[in-house]
Design a protein around this ligand. Structure first.
Ligand SMILES: NC(=O)c1ccc[n+]([C@@H]2O[C@H](COP(=O)([O-])OP(=O)(O)OC[C@H]3O[C@@H](n4cnc5c(N)ncnc54)[C@H](OP(=O)(O)O)[C@@H]3O)[C@@H](O)[C@H]2O)c1
Length: 390
């Protein structure tokens, strides 16, 4: 465990070493975990649990996810069930990992089949916090816990296979057995967390919904799109506009932020770039703050979750989603993006291993990690050597 204090708040973080394999076995050895849903989180977490030696079964309706689970080695009738109620009845821990709208739709089946003393586990505070919209009120005779990996289930699995771990938050909403906290922590480590920071269901859902609509996904695309359109309007070519907006961000500068922080990325850019960034970031901050205020209020009021439940429960949800994703894909910025990505030497099957690549490597700053793969606690040892292209 590590404790630190920043901004007047003291926090304690639970690390993998706090729940070593022997402890994990002691806490989870007698549990059977049912992972309900085999989307990105269900799959990543179920496979990691299985590889960590936890007795695990998967339950999901017949269809795409069911077939994927079969191909991952889950055996129908033994470790894979299409009857969600059956899997819940057989288990002492229920990881409820359908899509959030799917969780609302299937809640009665879960509730009616939970064992006395079971742990009901979520990876999002959504269903519980907005219970007035979802109708999800757990019975009093179960633990209600949360482990929310801070990333896609694909990353949960990939980092686990690399011997690393994703950062995750955990929370206890209801402690019926007196073991809720130790169960949450052991499950968190078993599903692949590298470390866990404590939260509440409410804080998790408010921060998570704000983050993904904001800097993590929504805002970043909005800002990229605005800059790309400006450059195109001013006569820049698509590849120049894309390189200055996305490619350099994801391939050079953002990984540097991940490695050692914003100040370090700034410190390792040209003085011209530094001056500009230091002068302009506050203007952007002021410009977007009202949008963030509006966003948080939409989330807190429940209007955002009501919208999600409504949109994602519609029968034509998948078709509509495909249509919207196609619009993004066909946007000029991502059309040129596909071409530019294919120009990366490593995507050219070794055909471009000449001097250009070698010299680019020499000039590269301290081996930037790929996006999403940066080490959270990397020491800034390489400061002196690193110098980004800017
Ligand atoms: N993805 C992330 O980055 C992330 C990160 C942290 C936490 N979480 C949370 O983890 C949970 C699972 O997320 P996810 O991204 O894995 O979800 P997802 O990819 O949307 O998973 C959907 C799964 O639920 C099934 N499903 C959807 N609607 C259903 C319904 N009405 N009836 C039965 N099954 C249904 C799907 O089966 P079919 O294939 O048959 O449709 C699929 O197996 C959510 O609470 C989410 O908020 C997600």
């Amino acid at each position: 465990m590590k404790t630190f204090a920043i901004g007047g708040i003291e926090e304690t973080v639970v690390e993998r070493t706090d729940v070593p394999p022997s402890e994990l076995k002691k806490i989870l050895g007698k549990e059977t975990v049912a992972v309900i849903g085999y989307g990105t989180q269900g799959r990543g977490q179920a496979l990691n649990l299985r590889d960590n030696g936890v007795k695990t079964v998967v339950a999901v309706r017949p269809g795409k996810s069911f077939e994927l689970a079969k191909s991952d080695g889950w055996t129908p009738g033994k470790t894979l069930f299409s009857d969600i109620g059956e899997a819940v009845r057989k288990s002492t821990v229920v990881e409820y990992l359908l899509s959030d709208a799917g969780q609302k739709a299937n809640w009665a089946t879960i509730r009616d089949n939970l064992q006395d003393g079971a742990a009901l586990y979520f990876s999002h505070g959504f269903l519980i916090v907005f219970r007035d919209q979802t109708g999800v009120v757990p019975p009093a005779n179960v633990d209600v816990i949360l482990v929310a990996p801070k990333g896609s289930g694909t990353t949960v699995r990939r980092l686990f296979l690399e011997g690393r771990g994703i950062n995750a938050s955990f929370a206890v909403e209801q402690d019926y057995t007196g073991r809720a906290r130790e169960r949450a922590l052991a499950l968190g480590i078993a599903v692949g967390a590298g470390y866990l920071f404590e939260t509440t269901f409410r804080n998790e859902v408010l921060s998570d919904l704000t983050g993904e609509r904001g800097v993590l996904m929504g805002a970043i695309y909005g800002v990229m799109r605005a800059q790309y359109q400006l450059l195109r309007k001013m006569g820049h070519t698509p590849s120049e506009a894309f390189n200055e907006t996305v490619e350099e961000a994801t391939q050079s500068l953002y990984p540097l932020i991940g490695e050692n922080g914003m100040d370090w990325m700034y410190a390792n850019c040209s003085t011209t770039a530094q001056r500009g960034a230091l002068d302009w970031y506050r203007k952007f901050e002021e410009a977007v703050m009202p949008v963030f205020d509006e966003l948080y209020e939409e989330v807190r009021s429940g209007r955002e979750t009501a919208h999600v439940l409504d949109a994602n429960s519609r029968s034509d949800y998948h078709q509509q989603l495909q249509k919207e994703l196609a619009e993004v894909r066909n946007d000029e910025i991502w059309q040129i993006g596909a071409i530019v990505r294919d120009l990366r030497p490593e995507r050219q099957g070794g055909s471009r291993t000449g001097s250009a690549r070698t010299s680019a490597k020499k000039a590269a700053p301290a081996k930037p990690a790929k996006a999403g793969k940066s080490k959270p606690k990397a020491k800034p040892k390489t400061k002196k050597k690193a110098k980004a292209r800017r």
